[in-house]
Design a protein around this ligand. Structure first.
Ligand SMILES: *Cc1c(COP(=O)(O)O)cnc(C)c1O
Length: 396
């Protein structure tokens, strides 16, 4: 008889990944049900409530289209619905995710102009203004920004970017990826005049992976009518003809029961309290890391304090030490899951996700496991990071 070699760890699996995130028990319970026809009036009511909730979280009164796809699908929808072959887009480099969105754009025959940036600091907004002001022919059709770069733990200031577009009186569409900021950080689609927002289910919305959506402005919908890139599964015009005005194909009904509950949880806490909680937990995390950075230990990857992300912190390992080895110790010894480095940052950094359904003890559990692993693995660091986090959270 085969026997399992390693016993399953006891206690709760602590999940400090920046996506997917912890799924609240009430969301799990809401999804735990048999199938129902997506045209059944009982489901239509759930669908409409969830849909309205997503609009509230986006802070938009405009249009939303949804897809059975991870965030990458919504990226593809944003590009193919709004642009034509050969169109130029301006992409603000922030890290792995801006690179991936740009690579997808190139593969669709778009011309990508990149505003390059040091991944630890992010772009200079003045460079965005310059690129737009010198584009007097208006070749640039869209400006693409990842609001919260999950790979590096950096948030870009959307209102300042909006101002740069307006200051240049440039008609380009403003496209924003809010996958790891929506439902965690302040986000205002209509106030910030964002034309297309890319969102996903498995981060701040606390759901399983597999559903994504785009918020679309009236201006973007008008641009869509002229856009010629090939599309079918993600086509907004086709969706508008469907009864539910979204999804080509079967609607993921179970996710919608979960979504109705997750937006209810956000409404119940109040979106401003949600962002305040994220900001508090993020600051506690940074206080811990700043202590660990002593003695040439791991340090904050982001070097621009006013761009620190409140949903994920990326931590740079000291020279000669591998972040994945640390994550292995944390997972195997303490049953805690952390995020790794993506792309060229593989092994060089690790990431603590502190977004979604999270509170102080859950965060402190993850920080404590990391601090113990730093000791176990003999990684140089300043002692007392968890103490600093506790002191902050206790309001000292
Ligand atoms: C997670 C993430 C994505 C990719 O989403 P998938 O659901 O994995 O396809 C894109 N952009 C950002 C900023 C993300 O955090």
């Amino acid at each position: 008889m085969p026997t399992s070699s390693t016993p399953k760890p006891r206690g709760r699996h602590f999940f400090a990944n920046p996506g997917p995130t912890n799924i609240p028990d009430s969301v799990l319970r809401a999804m735990d049900r048999g199938s129902i026809d997506f045209n059944d009036p009982e489901f239509v009511e759930v669908y409409e409530a969830a849909f309205a909730g997503v609009k509230r979280v986006l802070r938009t009164n405009q249009h939303v289209f949804m897809y059975n796809a991870s965030g990458h699908g919504a990226w593809e929808a944003s590009l193919t619905n709004l642009l034509s072959p050969g169109d130029t887009i301006l992409v603000l480099e922030s890290g792995y995710f801006s690179d991936e969105w740009a690579a997808m754009a190139r593969s669709h025959g778009l011309e990508v102009r990149l505003i390059e940036a040091d991944w630890r600091r992010g772009v200079d907004i003045a460079d965005v203004g310059k690129a737009l002001a010198t584009d007097t022919e208006h070749a640039i059709k869209a400006v693409c920004v990842v609001h919260n770069e999950t790979a590096t733990g950096m948030m870009l200031p959307l209102p300042a970017i909006r101002d740069a577009i307006d200051a240049a009186s440039h008609p380009a569409l403003f496209l924003v990826d809010t996958i790891s900021s929506l439902g965690s950080l302040e986000f205002r689609m209509d106030d910030w005049k964002i034309d297309c927002v890319v969102g996903g289910s498995q981060k701040g919305l606390m759901l399983p992976t597999g559903m994504s959506f785009t918020g679309v402005s009236d201006k973007a919908l008008a641009a869509h009518r002229q856009a010629k890139l090939h599309r079918f599964y993600f086509d907004w015009t086709m969706m508008e003809k469907r009864a539910q005005k979204s999804f080509i194909g079967t609607i993921p009904v179970n996710i919608f029961y979960g979504l109705r509950e997750s937006v209810r949880l956000l409404d119940e806490e109040g979106i401003d309290n949600v962002t305040a909680r994220h900001s508090r937990l993020a600051e506690a995390t940074r206080r811990a890391v700043k202590v660990w950075a002593g003695n040439n230990g791991p340090q904050l990857f982001c070097l621009t304090p006013d761009r620190y992300s409140d949903s994920v912190t990326a931590i740079l390992m000291p020279e000669g030490f591998n972040g994945d080895a640390l994550r292995k110790t944390v997972r195997e010894r303490f049953n805690v899951s952390l995020g790794g480095g993506l792309g060229k940052l593989g092994g060089k950094i690790f990431r603590i996700g502190h977004l979604g359904d999270l509170n102080e003890p859950m965060l402190l559990g993850a920080l404590t496991a990391i601090e113990m692993a730093l000791r176990i693995d003999g990684i140089p660091h300043g002692r007392g990071g968890v103490e600093a986090a506790m002191a902050f959270l206790a309001g000292e």
